[in-house]
Design a protein around this ligand. Sequence first.
Ligand code: 26W
Length: 818
Amino acid sequence: MTELTAPKSSISSKDFANEIRELLKYEQGVTPEQASAADVYVAASSAVRRHLMDSWMKTQQDMVNGNTKAVGYLSAEFLMGRQLRNSLLNAGLTEQFNEAVKELGFDAQKVIDAEYEPGLGNGGLGRLAACFIDSLASLGVPAFGYGIQYKYGIFRQEFDEEGKQVERPDYWLANEDPWGHIDYGRSQRVNFGGEVVEEDGKRVWKPAWAVRAIPVDYMVPGYASGRVNTLRLWQAKSYDEFDLLEFNKSEYMKAVEPQVQAENISKILYPEDSTQVGKELRLEQQYFFTSASLHDAIRVFYPGQDKPDLTTFADKITFQLNDTHPVIGIPELMRILIDEYGYDWDTAWTVTTKTFNYTCHTLLPEALEVWPASLIGKLLPRHLEIIEKINDQFLAELADLTDDQDKIERMRIVTDEDDAKVRMAYLATYAGSHVNGVAELHSQLLKDVTLRDFSDLFDAKFTNVTNGVTPRRFMKLANPGLSELITEGLGTDKWLSDLELLKGLEPLAQDDEFVKKFAKVKYDNKVKFAQFAKDEYGFDLDASTMFDTMIKRLHEYKRQALKILEVIATYADIKSGKVNADDLTPRTFIFGAKSAPGYYMAKLTIQLINNVAKVINNDPDVKGKLKIAFPYNYNIRVAQLLIPATELDEQISQAGKEASGTSNMKFALNGALTVGTLDGANVEIRARVGAENFFLFGMTVDEVEALYAAGYDPSKYYEADPRLKAAIDMVANGTFSDGDAETYEPLVTDWLKKDWFMTLADFTAYHDIQSQIDTLYADQLEWNRKAILNVANSGYFSSDRSIEDYLERIWMTGPLDK
Ligand code: 26W
């Protein structure tokens, strides 16, 4: 007997259909006959919100009235993905929805597809925030996600005739957003600029301008917890709608200028990933949402109190700083406590340090934010004073802890130079109670390298929380076939809220019948993806070939170049007759990647992949053997279709560069095998699924270090491996640029002269592992056994487990009472 515990609302499909009809009539003013799929999407979404309303209100009340400390997840990015299916799942309304829309004469998928995906994040960091708020709600922990409701999310990517990336604005709010509830009454004032003056012995900030932060609330329904939390995203609005003095015909544009300026703050998500963007507007965004969120928390937890006792603030809510982007919240809370509520410095410091914790998501020094003190002084003069005072206090503390003057200098939060800089990661590390990395290796490297001086002196602050992903979206919704098979295999669906139960699948890897069913699910997912790729992109994909996927932001350290060079080398082998195409496992290489708009090398790599695709896909010599598919505008929706269809997952970053990775977890949980380096969470995945079920290759962190130290010369590798040489020569000689040798010259020169991420040094090892992959793939039963073992042993990588680790190691709180 299969035990089913998934939430199921008691409402009938008929009644649900009637609710949709009502909403169509009274909200949209259309009959079901007149309605479009988009209308039905809006009405159905509103209906689901209504069903969640009681739980949401009760959760808010219990949170404020109870004594369980809440969590505030401060993040500049929340990459949520589409909401309707997820909300239906958690509200227990999936079946009713499917029936109801049918009854209304609509195709369920068309209704789902009417939702435009909110892309309010760049990649891993933003998606992690989305997984975390899902898990917090599912565990019944009272929590707020706090961020920005950008009007334009991550750009919509297109490819032009030449295969170059073109960025288009992502105006995701062009149509009605039934999920976001604007709450004008709970807006906050956020001040900027001006000066600080001395009044009655006090420092008083006289700001020059202000914007109104208006909260837009999104429900975050938990799975099977009965709890609904809030994602509160702030929208910037001007206070001065019109400056009427300016308002005559010729000055019309000028009249709306202040409004335009204020509203620019929440206009656009910076499309940068892992690089510093020292832009004034970005600092404005960071201050805007952290200031509004801190004030909001005071409003929520001390309702109606003019003189709240904020010494208890850290018992009400703990704030997690998702990377350095919200770190300006530290001096802001100091300022609020001292200037707005009259606390002394030491009391304010005690409260502030207890309130904040910091997660670092990178190892690239260029991604650790640093702001010119002059810029902070201009935008936030009072905050600069506070930061300087924190720095002074820190230096005094350090002087007590060590005699090493060089170390003290290296650790300064505010650098000692003419054009002084503020190091946000250092500020967070000093002021926060805990600092964590996002995978074991990453947390170790933070201690050994990036924040070494700090870990020497404040070791107790440092901890690790390995990332995780939500099984609701990335298994149940993305892979219904596998989910059903797992439930059948385990005899329960409880694994969706207790993912370690997947371990129970282990014996089934030896059961040939089960393995065949598993293989069938994978094959069906491939067919489904191929159909999607046909409809959406016009690709002709062959589901009988191996689906070999690399999806992630385009970055040199992630080494998409390694993958494409290996594909080119194989192509060259076939063309030159060295390899008989019939001896190779036919593969479809699938890429998905956006590049930061200003990242030249990354964009050139995209162009190269597209043009290699053009050549290879049109060459009859390799037809049916090699194919490249590069769907543009990779996003959560594409991920949900592609991950379940993938057999081989590429996680091939240079060791010591990828903080964690999270798609690696999604792939393992969906039964793909990984080819990867010992980097980020790959290390932990391999340890759990077993070395024999993971294709490991490449240098380790120590080997990378040693090679740098010895003096790295990439050209040696080029000379030593004829396949590598052939591949690079092909790029250099214009094979993929209509004979033009100039096009990829910057890439070729970089590979041969610099190759900072040692693509060439790992090339041969990467090739050598390919024949092992082919051999195993030839034995489908064995391949799928290993894939099942990956699923069975990846339960640890649930974001529920990550959140439990945060609760225990950092937040020191837990679920609300039932
Ligand atoms: C200042 C510009 C900027 C913007 C974004 C710098 C850095 C970032 C992020 C920290 C980049 C990011 O998304 N990091 C990724 O975080 C994931 C979640 O922890 C990890 O799995 C990835 O390894 C890491 O690259």
